[in-house]
Ligand binder design. Structure first.
Ligand code: NAD
Length: 360
């Protein structure tokens, strides 16, 4: 029996996870899959109950699973500038670090029925299929950070840190994945200024020697931010450090039309994975049935592909998502009343429509 840990989290997390688990139940029963899942609490709701965002027992249950499906964490209730206070987002950093999840895959695909939803011109984005590989265990999120008060001046600092092996394994996975795509990797960094980026470039060039059939392009992050909206078609696989990847993949989400559409997989070498949409807990729309569940549903498709090795089920979910979009169903983030032939639906209706399109 394969074990799966389900962590809905905060804000819109429980809403989008509800409909995703309905689809999971449907697939498990129709396909007679040997998968059992357990719910756990994480983030702000865990702070409320236990005073910490991730308990040892939830972490242990995650370790015993084959995969984790996560909604989102955080919200204004727990936001604080006091460094001593627990933060919901710390749960994510700890999960990634403790479980050794070093590669975050974020596919940015433009679905044909949604080309007009993006704020970017149709001819620029039609058919876009970019894969971000964001490194997850290094960078400023994990380096030493501190506040010092001296002579009446408050100083805060964060350390942008990378170790060679962290860069090496991310680069290697990017080249491996590029082999089954268009054989092109763009490595994004800021090596004209930043020392950890200079190491990033050096190691990427070293690893590239093992992949002579893959083209490697180096690009500074400021230029990459511009090129993503100028001509995204030039990209296929993008390998990028933790913070730059966090920022640029949100920018790239808007090529697809909405952050609510983008799934992600955080993996390690044995393909144990954490699957979650790239968006946050969207407190501005939480509890209103407005959240787009497709990013979470597509994250579950990635889970079937990578951790459960069920490519056929993954493809079936992706096809069902495409079909509901073809039929014109839109949550509010992708609804354009000016575009005829589409109807506004809520989170649950979108989930139910996906189930109706799943052919088993
Ligand atoms: P956000 O991604 O939650 O929201 C940004 C905007 O996108 C909002 O207008 C929101 O309504 C919209 N949006 C996001 N997901 C959507 C969906 N599925 N359907 C429709 N619209 C959607 O980012 P934020 O507002 O900067 O952050 C809110 C909280 O989430 C913060 O506490 C932040 O730290 C946290 N956060 C968590 C994660 C995570 O859990 N992985 C990631 C990013 C931010």
């Amino acid at each position: 029996m394969d074990k799966l840990m389900v962590l809905p989290g905060d804000g819109i997390g429980p809403e989008i996870m509800d409909v995703t688990v309905d689809i999971l139940d449907y697939i498990i029963s129709k396909k007679n899959l040997k998968v059992e899942y357990e719910f756990g609490i994480l983030g702000g709701c865990s702070i409320d109950k236990y005073g910490i965002p991730l308990t040892d027992s939830v972490l242990e249950a995650c370790r015993q699973s084959k995969a984790i499906l996560l909604g989102a964490v955080g919200g204004p209730k727990w936001a604080s500038t006091d460094p001593a206070k627990p933060r919901p987002e710390d749960a994510l950093l700890k999960l990634r670090k403790e479980l050794g999840l070093y590669a975050n895959l974020r596919p940015i695909k433009v679905y044909d029925p949604l080309v007009s939803v993006s704020t970017i011109k149709e001819h620029v984005i039609k058919g876009i299929d970019i894969l971000f590989l964001r490194e997850l265990t290094g960078d400023v999120y994990f380096g030493k950070k501190e506040r010092i008060v001296k002579d009446g001046v408050v100083t805060a600092y964060d350390t942008m840190i990378y170790r060679d092996f962290e860069i090496e394994r991310a680069a290697r996975m990017a080249f491996e994945i590029a082999g089954s795509r268009s054989k092109k990797v763009t490595s994004v960094e800021k090596s004209n200024v930043v020392e950890s980026s200079r190491l990033w470039r050096e190691i990427t060039i070293k690893v590239h020697k093992d992949y002579p059939d893959i083209e490697l392009i180096h690009m500074y992050v400021d230029n990459a931010a511009m090129q993503l909206v100028r001509n995204p078609r030039q990209f296929d696989v993008i390998v990028i450090s933790n913070m730059f990847g966090d920022i640029l993949s949100d920018e790239a989400a808007m090529i697809a039309g909405s952050i609510g559409l983008i799934p992600s997989a955080s993996l390690r070498d044995d393909f144990f994975g954490l699957y979650e949409p790239i968006h946050g807990s969207a407190p501005d729309i939480a509890g209103q049935g407005k959240a787009n569940p497709l990013g979470t549903i597509l994250s579950m498709a990635m889970m079937f592909k990578y951790s459960f090795r069920q490519e056929e089920i993954a493809a079936m979910i992706e096809k069902a998502v495409n079909a509901v979009l073809e039929k014109g169903l839109r949550t509010s983030d992708i609804y354009d009343p000016a575009a005829g032939g589409s109807s506004l639906v809520n989170t649950k209706e979108m989930g139910a429509a996906v189930i109706a399109e799943i052919r088993i």
